[in-house]
Ligand binder design. Structure first.
Ligand SMILES: Nc1ncnc2c1ncn2[C@@H]1O[C@H](COP(=O)(O)OP(=O)(O)O)[C@@H](O)[C@H]1O
Ligand SMILES: [Mg+2]
Length: 251
């Protein structure tokens, strides 16, 4: 059973009275517990695709199925971390990370206790009473990720979560994300335009063309888990990277 299943998705926008075709007949799936990345050039429609999956917009044509059944609602299946995810500046770290559970009507004190125990896993121990403005960029992203992961949903949509971080912090966050994912084992659909990042993290990678986007490559990543940063420079890794670079250059 697939956690996400998209069939022949087409989407365009109207911009200045002109038709702007964005997605051109995309079909893909994410299995339960699988880590899949979506790689593609800037502006090709990756965030648009995520909006369609979580029901924030509708496709012109095609089918979106989440949770394996036609009648499942995205809000019950998917936890979405948008590209520009903002923590609420007037809430503490702890109050931010429990937001989804609080909105779902759970007892605030119970959820706070549970979240407090998880803070160290997200590298936020001792910061529960800090405000977002007091955190470094990496910590803010971890808090936003914690908020996304604490929403008890089987699928996570992460839209370029590390895009704004420097290279060193980013590499650390990738290893850390895999550790956390290993504990929670939700299905992850991860958007990035960084090929190394996609290969390092994923079980499979979908590569998109320029707009209007279609899938030009589906690659099953041939790397054992647990992943180690040393793998990034192996011949095996570079061969797979070359394959992705090649299709992107051809498009
Ligand atoms: N709501 C919208 N109305 C009009 N155009 C949009 C809208 N959302 C996105 N677009 C356009 O669709 C294209 C794809 O955008 P987006 O999905 O954000 O790309 P990506 O995430 O791959 O960088 C861009 O040209 C963008 O300007
Ligand atoms: Mg985007």
């Amino acid at each position: 059973m697939s956690a996400i299943w998209l069939k022949d998705i087409t989407k365009s926008f109207t911009v200045n009275e002109e038709n702007l075709p964005v997605l051109n007949g995309l079909s893909l799936h994410i299995n339960n517990g699988e880590f899949v990345s979506l790689v593609g050039p800037s502006g090709c429609g990756k965030s648009t695709l995520f909006n369609l999956i979580c029901g924030l917009a509708n496709p012109d044509r095609g089918e979106v199925t989440v949770g394996g059944k036609a009648d499942m609602m995205a809000k019950d299946v998917v936890s979405y971390m948008p590209q520009k995810d903002l923590l609420l500046p007037w809430r503490t770290v702890l109050e931010n990370v429990i937001l989804a559970r609080e909105v779902a009507g759970e007892n605030k004190e119970t959820v706070k206790k549970e979240a407090t125990l998880l803070l160290s896993l997200f590298g936020l121990e001792g910061f529960h009473n800090s405000f977002p403005s007091e955190l470094s960029g990496g910590m803010r992203q971890r808090a936003a990720l914690m908020r996304t992961m604490l929403a008890p949903k089987p699928v996570l949509l992460l839209d370029e979560p590390f895009g704004a971080l420097d290279a060193i912090t980013r590499t650390r966050m990738q290893s850390w994300l895999l550790e956390v994912w290993n504990k929670f084992r939700q299905a992850v659909f991860f958007v990035t335009h960084d090929i190394d990042e996609a290969l390092f993290l994923s079980d499979r990678v979908y590569v998109l063309t320029q707009r209007p986007a279609r899938i030009c490559l589906e690659l099953k990543v041939d790397l054992p888990r647990p992943r180690r940063t040393g793998m990034l420079t192996t011949t095996n890794f570079l061969q797979q990277k070359r394959k992705v670079m090649h299709v992107l250059a051809m498009e």
